[in-house]
Design a protein around this ligand. Structure first.
Ligand code: GLN
Length: 485
């Protein structure tokens, strides 16, 4: 147990302080790393055209660059609120977006293209009037299809749209031209492009309206990079890189089922050491769950004592009222909404590590359930014991501490263990704040391989294994407690 505690604390500390260590001012860039060749996860870091350009600019301006990954539709809000300094994610300049943020000079011209399955009958846009079209939520592709063709199906990121297309869930995908080309190269046997583009667009970086000074400096550096030919060489480098990778991914011909499975296992877990996404994600999940359980028990304990004291003695009315509000609010709202509120609103303006945010959010959430479990335990102890304790000369708090709570805690231990198991699975929504937990690790693999089956199965199996292990430990604990009676 001691080693486990040390390991968890080490993990937490490395997560919290791992990224600091320079005294240069920080430039926070937000992106959505599912958009090859512009931004993608490679190994454990975010790479691509946008990160490379912004890194050069940050270096020239004397900043330490920090890159954060989040959903595409949160990017504009992130720079608008000051949470991030610059958003760089192949963002198209539009009149609507200009009302919210400042745009730098543009650095690339792009288009929206249609991707279909190789055997599909579609040749032109007009053929798509009755087709189910998949888009990435909140993008210019989404806006175009909604306005000009028909209501699309919206997915969180581009690789998911491609997975849906490959799985036959949608008939066509409308995506930005370069990511679309990379997808089609990677799945050359299954997909093809309709060549006529739907739009012509310009990409630029977005900066908060409160920061015009940064805009001027970034534009100056951007112009320098253009003049020096550096911008072109960065763009060329990543385009070629993605092309080569795509060629390596293409596996041609018909293979047996076993060969197919072996290839899939290799591509999903072994290639580029993708298993590390699962392993690192697993560590984050365990760490968040462990500390959230501890925090939940601490909060739950205090709340339960306050509430049962108020019930039994009529004291601490105000504190009791606060606890009731806490219980109602926390139990009445979904954990994922609480997590988002704590991350984007409460810690909105401050720079806190995501692991800590998740621990606080899930700890507060779990505290409400733990409080009711412990209160139930306290209530289950015969009232006579309190009277007996007090008639022996103990005060209320002494009886509570020495007589009631030890018995109550023993009774509720199995229920507390259960709460831990529930919490472990609950943390799977951490990806909403771009924390790379186990589920998000699986998501990253899916966004790179477009294979839904194996990554999801692996993630499910890991959760299942941990839950089975915990259930077993709980069983042993329960038996021991029974024997102690
Ligand atoms: N260029 C598109 C837009 O700005 C999509 C960008 C992206 O998905 N990263 O809406």
């Amino acid at each position: 147990m001691r080693y486990f505690l040390l390991l968890m604390t080490g993990l937490l500390l490395s997560g919290v302080w791992g990224c600091s260590g320079s005294d240069k001012p920080k430039l926070v860039m937000v992106t959505n790393a599912t958009f090859r060749p512009y931004e993608f996860v490679s190994g454990q870091k975010i790479d691509g055209i946008d990160p490379a350009i912004v890194r050069e600019i940050a270096d020239a301006l004397g900043y330490e660059l920090e890159i954060q990954d989040m959903s595409f539709d949160s990017l504009i809000a992130a720079v608008q609120s000051g949470r991030a300094d610059i958003a760089a994610a192949g963002i198209t300049v539009t009149e609507e977006r200009k009302k919210q943020v400042l745009f730098t000079d543009s650095y690339v011209i792009a288009e929206q293209l249609i991707v279909v399955r190789r055997d599909a009958p579609y040749q032109m846009v007009a053929d798509l009037k009755k087709a189910v079209i998949g888009v990435q939520h909140g993008t210019t592709g989404d806006l175009y299809v909604t306005k000009n063709i028909r209501e699309p199906e919206r997915y969180a990121h581009a690789p998911l749209v491609i997975s849906a297309l490959l799985a036959g869930k949608v008939d066509a995908a409308v995506l930005d031209s370069e990511p679309a080309r990379v997808f089609v190269q990677q799945k050359a046997a299954d997909l093809r492009l309709l060549t006529v583009p739907l739009t012509s667009e310009e990409y630029a970086f977005a900066i908060g309206k409160h920061n015009p000074d940064l805009l001027v400096r970034v534009n100056r550096e951007l112009r320098r990079l253009k003049q020096e030919g550096r911008l072109d060489s960065i763009i060329r480098h990543y385009r070629e890189l993605c092309e080569v990778e795509a060629e390596q991914d293409v596996v041609g011909g018909h293979r047996s089922m076993m060969a197919h499975l072996r290839d899939s296992l290799y591509v999903n877990f072994v290639k580029d050491r993708r298993y590390l996404y699962l392993w690192n994600g697993f560590l984050v999940t365990v760490c968040v769950t462990f500390f959230a359980v501890l925090l939940g028990i601490a909060i739950g304990f205090v709340v339960a004592v306050i509430r049962s004291t108020a019930d039994q003695t009529g004291r601490w009315k105000a504190a009791d009222w606060c606890c009731r509000v806490y219980l109602t609010v926390i139990r009445g709202t979904p954990a994922v909404v609480q997590l988002l509120i704590i991350y984007f609103v409460i810690f909105g303006a401050v720079d806190v590590n995501k692991i800590c945010v998740a621990i606080v959010a899930f700890g507060i959430n779990s505290g409400a359930y733990v409080a009711e479990i412990i209160r139930g335990g306290i209530m289950s102890i015969d009232r006579g014991q309190m009277e007996a304790g007090q008639s022996l000369g103990l005060t209320y708090s002494q009886t509570m501490r020495m007589v009631i709570l030890p018995q109550a805690l023993k009774n509720v231990l199995p229920a507390l263990g259960n709460e831990g198991i529930v919490l472990l699975k609950e943390t799977s929504v951490s990806g909403y704040i771009a924390l790379q937990d186990l589920t998000k690790g699986g998501d990253i693999i899916r966004s790179q391989t477009y294979d839904a089956f194996l990554p999801l199965m692996a993630v499910a199996l890991i959760y299942l294994a941990v839950v089975m292990l915990l259930t077993r430990l709980l069983g042993i604990l329960e038996k021991r407690l029974k024997r102690n009676e």
